[in-house]
Design a protein. Structure first.
Lengths: 250, 257
């Protein structure tokens, strides 16, 4: 089984993160397959809407800590950001169907899509601080702009956001069946005035994502130095040893 | 490299790092530092593997400028005859890219030193300006010239006439600094940039640097003429031919020069 499955439904593609036993943690292979799947979708003239979802009980728990990179700056710039850019700056519409937990870079993957559907039991866990890092993959910029001051505390200190809370500020739509709902929505969008939708997406990008490149350069430099701290090494070690980390603030 | 007292020179792969090292004096540039920097650049120009140089400061300043204490004691005649000129000459004739990594206060001669480099990156606590006016003097090594050509007359005038220091982000918006990064990541980012340049043909990088610099010294037509000639040189150079061939054959080029 491939780590990323693509289902072809005419103008619609369903892209499924498929490492259910690892809660769809994004290791290097998954990231490169996901990037390729999205690039192929974007290059296909006949395609209009992509649904991104996760196999099993999670959407994605984010970067795979078991295969953490030495150079987090490089990792973000070379491996993560191109995926998010392909989605955000695509003329096509992306829908995330969040079927369970989304953590770390998994939250960003759901938010960077144009429309977001989440099941009531889905939750969004900003897992970064637990390993001595700050939020990355554009999460702070996206969540602060979409959710206003409501989530700043969790962006600052880490924590969980329920699907209910995300729904209250309009970031996600709650549904019992995210994938089913996403497919219905996809069909409507692909039959609608697609050029108008695509143009509207570009206007949204000019309105709230015009400075994302500058932000990501800064963010990736920041994560690079946190990746060299003692607390990060301890955080990763503790995570892998399944114990509480002992942070020192250094 | 012979004994340097006011400067530390290190090598990280193909990138050289030159650190101004008078932290207790905010890396004020005195004559000893001028000659140490001249020596450092002379040595680096002979080291073929070095493809770019990062200049930064030890401690909390990049450089607060010329050493005022030393300057007031120097006879006018020796300032005129020599002063800091050897440093500016050494940097002007250095063919490979020099990256200034501003780690803190970058004022007066410190900003002039940064502007004598080819690319400026700043840590976000850096503060930049030409405060000479507060001492009843004016900038003497590019503070009214390179600054004006980079940020335009009206912003330069404000900086030079008020002596105000601006933040790294403000300098970024003026186009004086190409990128602002967290202080802790400054050196890594500067070296990363140096390594990126190191992956190109050294010969092409030298031609490109020379051409860009000419833009500030010539009329447009003269600059275009110089650029075109350097372009002819680049396409007939060995690295140029190899690079174009590699592009067509969809493979990585092997640079020789």
């Amino acid at each position: 089984m491939a780590v990323v499955e693509v289902q072809d439904l005419g103008p619609v593609s369903v892209i499924t993160l498929n490492r259910p036993e690892k809660l769809n943690a994004m290791n290097l292979e998954l990231r490169s397959e996901l990037g390729r799947a999205i690039r192929e979708f974007n290059a296909n003239q006949g395609k209009r809407v992509a649904v991104i979802t996760g196999a099993g009980r999670a959407f994605s728990v984010g970067a795979d800590i078991a295969s953490v990179s030495e150079d987090l700056t490089e990792d973000l710039r070379i491996s993560f950001y191109p995926i998010y850019r392909e989605i955000r700056f695509s003329p096509k519409i992306f829908i995330s169907a969040v079927n369970g937990v989304a953590a770390g870079a998994g939250i960003s993957l759901s938010l960077v899509c144009d429309l977001r559907l989440a099941s009531k039991n889905a939750k969004f866990v900003t897992a970064f601080h637990g390993i001595g890092l700050a939020p990355d993959t554009g999460l702070t910029l996206m969540l602060a702009r979409m959710g206003g001051s409501r989530f700043l505390e969790r962006l600052l200190l880490g924590g969980e956001i329920t699907a209910q809370e995300m729904a209250e500020v309009g970031i996600v739509r709650l549904t019992d069946d995210p994938l089913g709902e996403a497919l219905k929505l996809s069909e409507e969008i692909s039959k609608g005035p697609f050029k108008a939708y695509s143009a509207s997406k570009r206007l949204i990008n000019r309105a709230i994502f015009f400075d994302i490149e500058e932000y990501l350069e800064y963010e990736s430099a920041m994560q690079g130095f946190l990746g060299k701290t003692r607390d990060f090494k301890e955080g990763v070690k503790a995570f892998l040893e399944k114990r509480k980390p002992e942070f020192r603030g250094e | 490299m012979s004994e340097l007292n006011t400067v530390i020179a290190e090598r990280i792969g193909n990138v050289a790092v030159v650190k101004l090292n008078r932290p207790d004096r905010l890396n004020a540039i005195n004559m000893a530092m001028v000659y140490d920097l001249v020596e450092a650049f002379r040595t680096l120009s002979r080291e073929r593997e070095v493809s770019s140089v990062v200049v930064t400061g030890v401690g909390k300043a990049f450089s607060a400028g010329a050493d005022v204490k030393e300057m007031v004691e120097m006879p006018l005649e020796s300032v005129v005859r020599e002063g800091h000129m050897p440093l500016w000459e050494a940097m002007r004739s250095f063919k490979r890219p020099i990256i200034a990594a501003l780690n803190g206060v970058t004022a007066g001669g410190g900003l002039e030193l940064a502007m004598a480099c080819d690319i400026i990156i700043a840590g976000e606590s850096a503060r930049l300006g030409q405060p000479e006016i507060n001492l009843g003097i004016i900038p003497g090594a590019g503070g009214t010239q390179r600054l004006t050509r980079t940020v335009g007359k009206y912003r330069a005038m404000e900086l030079v006439l008020t002596g105000r220091l601006i933040s790294a982000w403000e300098a970024y918006r003026m186009g004086l600094v190409y990128k602002v990064v967290p202080d802790e990541a400054l050196l890594d980012e500067a070296i990363r940039l140096g390594r990126e340049v190191a992956s190109k043909s050294k010969f092409a990088v030298e031609l490109a640097k020379e051409s860009v610099n000419k833009a500030l010294e010539t009329t447009l037509q003269q600059g275009l003429d110089i650029e075109r000639r350097n372009f002819y040189v680049s396409i007939s150079s060995e690295d140029g031919k190899e690079g174009m061939r590699a592009f067509l054959e969809k493979r990585k080029p092997n640079w020789k020069f």
